[in-house]
Design a protein around this ligand. Sequence first.
Ligand code: NAP
Length: 500
Amino acid sequence: MTTTTHVPGFDMLEDRSLLRTAAYVDGTWVTAGESGVISVDNPATGQEICELPALSRAQVTLAIEAAHRAHPAWRALSGKERAQVLRRWFELITEHGEDLARLIVVEEGKPLAEARGEVAYAASFVEWFAEEAKRIRGEIFDAPRASGRVVVLKEPVGVCVAITPWNFPAAMITRKAAPALAAGCTMVVKPAEQTPLTALALADLAERAGVPAGVLSVVTGHASEIGPELTGNPLVRKISFTGSTEVGRLLLEQSAATVKKASMELGGNAPIIVFDDADVENAVAGVMTAKYRNSGESCIGGNRVYVQSGIHDEFAAALAERTAALRVGEGFDEGVQIGPLIDAAAAAKVAEHVADAAANGARVLTGGATHARGGRFFEPTVLVDVTQGMLVTREETFGPVLPLLEFRDEAEVVAWANDTEYGLAAYLFTKDAERIWRVAAALETGMVGINTGLISNEVAPFGGIKQSGLGREGSVHGIEEYLEMKYLAWEGSGAASRPA
Ligand code: NAP
């Protein structure tokens, strides 16, 4: 497969061998796609940067079969032995962090400082689940009859599939692969078509770390061609997906025929609620973080901001001032805070949301249009006089747009916040402890940030309710998604059977 010469970022790589333009199947780098190629571009320039093989459905079947063959030996290792391999993978990701960050900037577009942050976040899951691999434990307790005991073993689910989005090309993979491998599962990963290079570099480092052939494969190709194999092959026992709710629904449907376990990290429409009694400076900083991380292309990004009447105008002015000062540019530019959007369709969606708001009475305080750089760059935007019915409020905008809605009281804002099919994250800013408990309990989301705009870390259970998903990633719970319980009804093991 080809790479275009003189791609900024590629030229900067210290270890050029991390730039893989082949799929990784059963420990082999596969350069020939039977269904042609996929093309990767740089969102900042629109320039094609490389081509990768588009695997056929039959080639993906081979990856699944390899994962099935590799499973018995991998699960037979002790947790400690698997932990050692994962620990080595963590160390290599950390050692090559700068190169991984550069690959993320080139294919995803985010600012280099954020890409470095993503690599650290991605690595933290590998470190965490290397530690958790040693702590998988079952249960033993008394059966109803004194002569028996209930023994519960935890066993790996088997062959798993991960399908991941483009917005966090490293972290969305390690958040799935690390717990899967720690639990003794094997995994076939299909990264987003727009960001396969980071995934392949991670696979390269996993190979160097000693992950055996077949235990972790990365397949590249067109979702419509290979998706049905990933979701339909009976050897696959679990599908773990991060992406849009729309595609999540489809994958659940496709997996139903073979009754696979499923984890779904889907879309969000996070409300941020700022009460009159909030620490305004902290709340402004929190909203800026929750909104503008990854140029607004984050599932937990604040999508709509509700500000109580007493501080609304002051708050809007402060946000507009901070937003207007954001530096927009290519990810490698010094001090850049907002990069390009992933593709032309994403930029068009953001423009459509802003136009819809303006047409329905919203006012633009700052931004509101394609950035002077053109292409996929959009001006960081603050809108006021926004209402519940507008697209910016109802749908995930996935761009650098902050729509502000004014509210009067707690009951009103909780009702507005919950008026959505999504239930991923919410944020609230207030100094009133009783209100924190009350509102956090009333919000229909899997996660609530309180007086902070930053909620993601490897220690906490990440995930949504309603149509934002099924299951949790990270934390002590994340590994359970890759474990099954086996119950042994063990007659003769109970207290009454033991000598007095
Ligand atoms: P997407 O369009 O749903 O795609 C996600 C992944 O699914 C990609 O790898 C895509 O492959 C694949 N896919 C699409 N159609 C498929 C099919 N028919 N069969 C098999 N695979 C298929 O989402 P996205 O645009 O990449 O990501 C943005 C979305 O992800 C947002 O909604 C965001 O909220 C959500 N997200 C959620 C979380 C979370 O933790 N809850 C985290 C990050 C992002 P191709 O690239 O080849 O089309």
